[in-house]
Design a protein around this ligand. Structure first.
Ligand code: NAP
Length: 295
């Protein structure tokens, strides 16, 4: 019997996606080593190398990132340090150690001017510092080209283990009778346990390079919020507003739905619709609502 494959999950202790990966990997026959900043500084290449060797790691999953999209507008250096410099260093280490590297990027690399789903062949044109720094990370990795590199662009994450858009909406809806939510941005909401499972399948399929991966379907922020509030059974009205009515520092794409066909061609899997992930999140992870009474 072959030994279990071992993956280091950077951000695996506290990150939203990192925690989902730490749970999904063992179900696919991997041993997952969850790492947080208390274990070592991810920029410390010596500590990373030592950990890879001690754990006999065959892959690194990097979920560490600067994810505060609005704050990044005022904190460009910090965003580029985590979103460009860190993946670059990880790429060098993966190449030197001869191990796989799975790195996550974002739909915010697009300007949102299309109105059909974005494929990995579409030209990125980020309009925020966050998007620019994430694109710079992708480009640094593609330049270093470690032989076993997988870059996965994903979007609009929700799931257990950490506050996220859906959990924040539900917290507000619990105490208010009305919420207004942006209804002129459309994207691919994504349930992190599904993304984590499918990311491991993609790696195991032997696919390498740049892929788009999210839950199936599309929604506006307002549709996602309304569905979450409805499932949770809260008597709170969710009303649409325009982006202009909710000023934010960073510019977000108006449309950033991801095309998942390349993932399906590589794995034979069609990702579940986001609505199904949302039900699992609300009824099982958060234990809210009444799944049996749901229409
Ligand atoms: N969230 C989304 O909606 C979304 C959408 C598209 C793409 N993505 C991408 O998906 C990936 C995962 O996102 P996520 O939402 O799971 O991120 P997250 O929950 O914000 O987790 C990021 C991780 O990075 C760690 N980290 C941040 N700064 C660090 C530093 N200076 N040193 C060490 N660790 C540091 C955090 O550690 P602590 O917990 O200790 O702070 C956390 O574990 C990222 O690449 C992100 O760009 C996310």
């Amino acid at each position: 019997m072959s030994a279990a494959r071992v993956a280091l999950v950077l951000g695996g202790r506290h990150g939203l996606l990192g925690q989902a990966l730490t749970k999904a990997l063992p179900l696919a026959g991997w041993r997952a080593v969850a790492l947080g900043r208390e274990d070592f500084d991810p920029f410390d290449q010596g500590a990373l190398r030592e950990t890879c060797q001690r754990e006999q790691a065959t892959a690194i999953f990097n979920t560490v990132a600067y994810t505060a999209v609005d704050q990044a507008e005022d904190d460009r250096d910090a965003a580029f340090r985590l979103n460009r410099n860190l993946p670059r260093l990880l790429g060098l280490s993966a190449r030197e150690l001869g191990i796989a590297l799975v790195h996550f990027s974002t739909d915010f690399v697009f300007d949102g001017k299309k109105d059909t789903p974005y494929t990995a062949k579409d030209n990125p044109a980020p309009e925020s510092v966050y998007g620019q720094s994430k694109l710079a990370g992708e480009q640094a990795l593609l330049e270093i080209a470690p032989p076993d590199l997988l870059i996965i662009r994903t979007s609009w994450l929700f799931g257990p283990g950490k506050a996220n858009f859906v959990s924040k909406i539900l917290d507000l809806a619990h105490t208010r009778d009305k919420l207004t939510v942006v209804a002129d941005q459309t994207g691919s909401p994504t349930y992190t346990p599904d993304l984590a499972k499918n990311s491991v399948v993609l790696l195991d399929s032997g696919a390498r390079g740049l892929f788009h991966l999210a839950s199936g379907g599309k929604a506006t922020w307002c549709e996602l919020a309304a569905q979450a509030v409805h499932l949770a059974g809260y008597p709170c009205r969710v009303e649409p507003i325009a982006t202009d009515a909710w000023p934010a520092k960073a510019k977000r794409p108006r449309f950033s739905v991801l095309d998942l066909d390349a993932f399906t061609e590589a794995t034979g899997i069609v990702p579940r619709p986001w609505e199904q992930g949302l039900r699992d999140y609300i009824f099982t992870d958060l234990a809210l609502g009444d799944a049996l009474g749901e229409d």
